[in-house]
Ligand binder design. Structure first.
Ligand code: CU1
Ligand code: CU1
Length: 273
């Protein structure tokens, strides 16, 4: 059974194995995850069809996306699982997350190029192939955005919202999903992408391995919300144009609906479950 742990508690050996699996997937794979993510970012609009972002299925879409990526990692090394980055507690560019034995640190001032760790361009093992500009190296600008990472109090204020989502079911909606995604209110998920900067602030964000650790935590917050609001659930139920209802299949997959993804324990548990 897959157990997703807080990245701060990984052993040196667990970090080494995870990094090796990331690098091996990059070496053998076509970066299809980056391509898929960017296609959905570009296609998801407030007034048209929207699936991955700005819409109720933001959470189940990324849950399935992470499951597929985690299974790809496990095909390289069956012992690995996606850890989560609790950015309410590891909130500094000096956190062990960014050390050279794990994800490496921030980018240099000149061009944002990450200079240390296993994903630095200098290692040669992390080419940025799917990109929005000509730059082929991983970039970051940790903490240079105008806002700090979200606090636990801000997370709790969003977890307290009892309604999953509501009309107009886009980036203007009130409710848990949109406040977690970050288009309204305190802004949790989007703010973290911007705080990391570089590719993470773009549609090709899965070029940065921290994408997966960030989304594993967003996914965990969904599970926490479900536990806290047992009487609430995924919305909309049916008949809503342009968005994925509870029992509608979700693109790009044709075998999964939000209702199939509500219980994460069918696939993995968290170390805190
Ligand atoms: Cu996304
Ligand atoms: Cu994201």
């Amino acid at each position: 059974m897959t157990v997703r742990k807080n990245q701060a508690n990984l052993t040196a050996d667990e970090k080494r194995r995870l990094v090796a699996a990331f690098v091996e997937l990059k070496r053998t794979g076509p970066d299809a995850f980056v391509t898929t993510h960017n296609a959905f970012i570009m296609g998801d609009t407030d007034s048209g069809e929207r699936t991955g972002h700005r819409s109720p299925s933001f959470l189940p879409w990324h849950r399935r996306f992470l499951l597929e990526f985690e299974q790809a990692l496990q095909s390289v090394d069956a012992s690995v699982a996606l850890p989560y980055w609790d950015w309410t507690s590891d909130r500094s560019p000096r956190s062990s997350l960014w050390a050279p034995d794990f994800l490496g640190g921030t980018g240099r001032g000149l061009d944002g190029r990450v200079m240390d760790g296993p994903f630095a361009a200098a290692t040669g093992s992390w080419p940025v192939n799917v990109r929005v500009d000509g730059r082929t190296y991983l970039r970051r600008a940790l903490g240079s955005s105008t806002r700090d990472l979200p606090t636990r109090a801000e997370v709790d204020s969003v977890l307290a919202m009892a309604t999953y989502d509501m009309a107009p079911w886009n980036s203007a909606s009130d409710g848990f999903r949109n406040h977690l995604e970050g288009w309204r209110g305190v802004n949790l998920h989007n703010r973290v992408h911007v705080w990391v900067g570089g590719q993470m602030a773009t549609g090709v964000s899965p070029n940065d391995p921290v994408f997966w650790l960030h989304h594993a935590f967003v996914d965990k917050l969904w599970a926490e919300w479900q536990r806290r609001h047992a009487g609430s659930g995924y919305l909309p139920l049916s008949g809503t144009p342009d968005v994925v209802d509870l029992r509608e299949t979700m693109k790009p997959w044709n075998d999964v609906r939000p209702v199939d993804l509500l219980d994460h324990t069918a696939h993995y548990t968290f170390d805190t479950d």
